[in-house]
Structures are given as C-alpha cells and as structure tokens.
Ligand binder design. Structure first.
Ligand code: ZN
Length: 158
C-alpha cells in the first residue's frame, strides 16, 4: 500500500476554487461520479493543504508518522493521451483531492497517495507547506515549457 494518512487539523487550506464551488457551484466539482475517484456529491472540499502524518502504508518507507507534509492535489488518470505525453496537469479526467473526492483539507482525515505527498523540512510550518502546494499549482499550470516545476519536479505545460 502506498498511501499516507493525514489526520486532524490541517493548518492551511487554500479555499480559492472551493469557496466559489460552495457559493456558486458546482463548476469544478461535477455532479455525478468523478472518473478517477468515482465519488459523487457531496464531497469534502479543501484542495490545497498540508498536515501531519498519522500513518503510512506498508510500502511507504520515507515518510513516517509525525512528519509534516504538503499535498500535491492534482488527480490524473495516467492513461489518457495527455498523461502519456507527460502532461498530467491537463489530464482529460483532471481532478483534485477534495473537489473531486477522496476528502480534502476540510476533512477530519484523508488518505493521500504517496506520490502526492512532499515531506516538509523540519523548520517549515504546515502553513508554509500549504502555501507551497498552492504555489506549485500556479507554477505547474502556468509553465509553457517542458522544464519541470522547481517545487514539485512535475512537468507542467499547457
Ligand atoms: Zn490523463
């Protein structure tokens, strides 16, 4: 198992899109099951967050309970032509933790795939970690070259 369980108070939540979804949506949180999470409304929002690890799957060796982590919130299928071309940030089934299901930063707890977790340095707060998640999204989504994002090392190109 490659999941990292986060629980309790997520010290930072980006509520940008989530607030619009709550007040005016759904826009990015489609009614009906999301193709990746297979979850329908209602969903627990909060797609930009960081928190403290409480448990890890048996295959996770580099993250341990007590570690502070930031979550890369994009969900992608890995099978569509865009993902296969190296651009999961524009996946045909793009989604986000929370908005698309599996729980978000406003949940009491959430399990996140190991590939979506970035361990924060000991001197970095989860508030900054959550902001780094937001910055990473902005950098990835605005990059128009094949260079990888300096924050998450994923390739971003629109
Ligand atoms: Zn895809």
């Amino acid at each position: 198992m490659d999941f990292v369980d986060l629980v309790g108070h997520f010290e930072f939540h980006g509520l940008t899109v989530d607030l619009h979804e709550y007040l005016e949506g759904p826009h990015y949180s489609p009614a009906g099951p999301h193709p990746i999470t297979n979850e329908d409304l209602p969903r627990t929002f909060g797609h930009e967050f960081a928190g403290t690890v409480v448990d890890v799957g048996s295959n996770v060796k580099d993250i341990k309970p007590g570690d502070k982590v930031s979550v890369y919130p994009l969900l992608y299928d890995g099978t569509c032509s865009r993902c296969k071309a190296g651009y999961p940030n524009i996946c045909e089934n793009l989604g986000f933790y929370g908005i698309s299901g599996w729980g978000g930063g406003l949940s009491e707890s959430v399990s996140v795939n190991r590939d979506h977790v970035y361990k924060l340095p000991p001197n970095m707060t989860t508030e900054l970690g959550g902001i780094s998640s937001l910055l990473c999204l902005l950098i990835c989504s605005s990059m128009r070259t094949s260079r990888s994002c300096v924050a998450c090392r994923k390739t971003g190109r629109l």
